[in-house]
Design a protein around this ligand. Structure first.
Ligand code: PLP
Length: 360
């Protein structure tokens, strides 16, 4: 068996320890004689598993009691509709567009009400985060929406926007649990887990309890009401059981490694290795304004398509895979989520250095 260093933006690298544990429990989960995939979600074993996962997440993120934790399906993209359906009481919302995912969320919300784009970085290919300290927040806005870490472009909010008292809703798919989040500053925090936590198919939504009501837009399907899932402890219907199981293991792994403050330090150390190299390289260049750089997704270019293709191909042969950039940005992108070991980043920079010497 040989494992590669996987720089995929998602689905992405998971801790090897977690995968080994899951493998060990595959045929017989803790004496039940069955795998978690075969287990009733109404069983005591599964109930214990989801309860423990929620408790560990609450501890990791320091989630206050007035917030609900939901384990849902439908990907992060389904939240693009669920959020307006459940929160647009006045029929208006403000969106900050810092990339494709925020743009898609805004476009989806337009189906349900009035959407105001109150800031955007589209003018420079989303290579920066706009100034959000004094935004023209709409008086009747039901919420202000952001995508906190822009997976495709490699930018991250270092300060949350001043929403002038409005509820903040954030898509944190690609920075979930990469550093501490101050939950109280948000009305809703959500993310697909396949970037930094677990397997695709599970979405975690952390939502302030007073925002969970029966007053949703007319025609909202039962499955798309937060209240349906909150009332049923995320077990209204069959949940993404195996995904929740793996997420639970990743939460334990994070706790063992010192929690989110320790993760942040570790992630800063990893990202610094790569950014320092990019800043000194004569061949490779980062594409993002320095102060807005993401710790998780690092896009970079050579500026020569042929050399870039050669780089991606040779890197793959060297066991450094999924480095091709998003089709809208080109170049390369290294996603260095929690589970990417520092050795992976060191191996990448060493390979880049060698490639630079050989090809410049
Ligand atoms: C990947 C991603 C999404 C889309 O996630 P799906 O689970 O595929 O719907 C949305 N937002 C961000 C920030 C992402 O990185």
């Amino acid at each position: 068996m040989s494992r590669v260093y996987n720089f995929s933006a998602g689905p992405a690298v998971l801790p090897e320890e977690v995968l080994r544990e899951a493998a060990e429990e595959m045929l017989d989960y803790r004496g039940t004689g069955m795998s978690v995939m075969e287990m009733s979600h109404r069983s005591k074993d599964f109930q214990n598993m989801i309860d423990e996962a929620e408790a560990d997440l609450r501890e990791l993120m320091n989630i206050p009691d007035n917030y609900e934790v939901l384990f849902l399906q439908g990907g992060a993209s389904q939240q693009f509709a669920m959020i307006p359906m459940n929160l647009m009481k006045n029929g208006t919302a403000d969106y900050i567009v810092t990339g494709q995912w925020a743009k898609k969320a805004a476009q989806e919300a337009e189906k349900y009400g009035k959407v105001n784009i109150i800031a955007s970085s589209a003018d420079k290919t989303f290579s920066y985060i706009p100034d959000v300290s004094d935004l023209p927040v709409s008086e009747d806005a039901d919420y202000v929406y952001i995508c906190e870490n822009n997976t495709i472009y490699g930018t991250k909010y270092k300060e949350l926007p001043d929403t002038k008292g409005k509820i903040l809703v954030a898509d944190v798919s690609s920075c979930f649990l990469s550093e501490p989040h101050d939950v109280e500053k948000y009305g809703v925090i959500y993310g697909g887990v396949q970037k930094n936590i677990g397997p695709a198919g599970t979405v975690i939504v952390i939502i302030r309890k007073d925002l969970i009501t029966d007053q949703v837009l007319p025609g909202t399907p039962t499955m798309l009401k937060y209240k349906t899932h909150a009332d049923a402890g995320s077990l209204y219907n069959t949940p993404p059981a195996y995904g929740i199981y793996i997420c639970g293991k990743v939460f334990k792994w994070l706790k063992k490694r010192g929690g989110l403050t320790a993760m942040k330090e570790h992630n800063e150390k990893k990202a610094k290795i790569l950014y320092d190299y990019l800043d000194n390289s004569k061949m490779f260049q980062g594409t993002v304004v320095k102060k807005d750089r993401s710790l998780m997704n690092v896009p970079f270019i050579i500026g020569d398509k042929e050399l870039e293709a050669k780089f991606v191909k040779e890197a793959e042969a060297a066991g450094l895979v999924s480095l091709k950039g998003h089709r809208t940005v080109g170049g390369m992108r290294a996603s260095i989520y929690n589970a990417m070991p520092i050795e992976g980043v060191e191996a990448l920079t060493a390979f880049m250095k060698k490639f630079e010497e050989e090809n410049l």
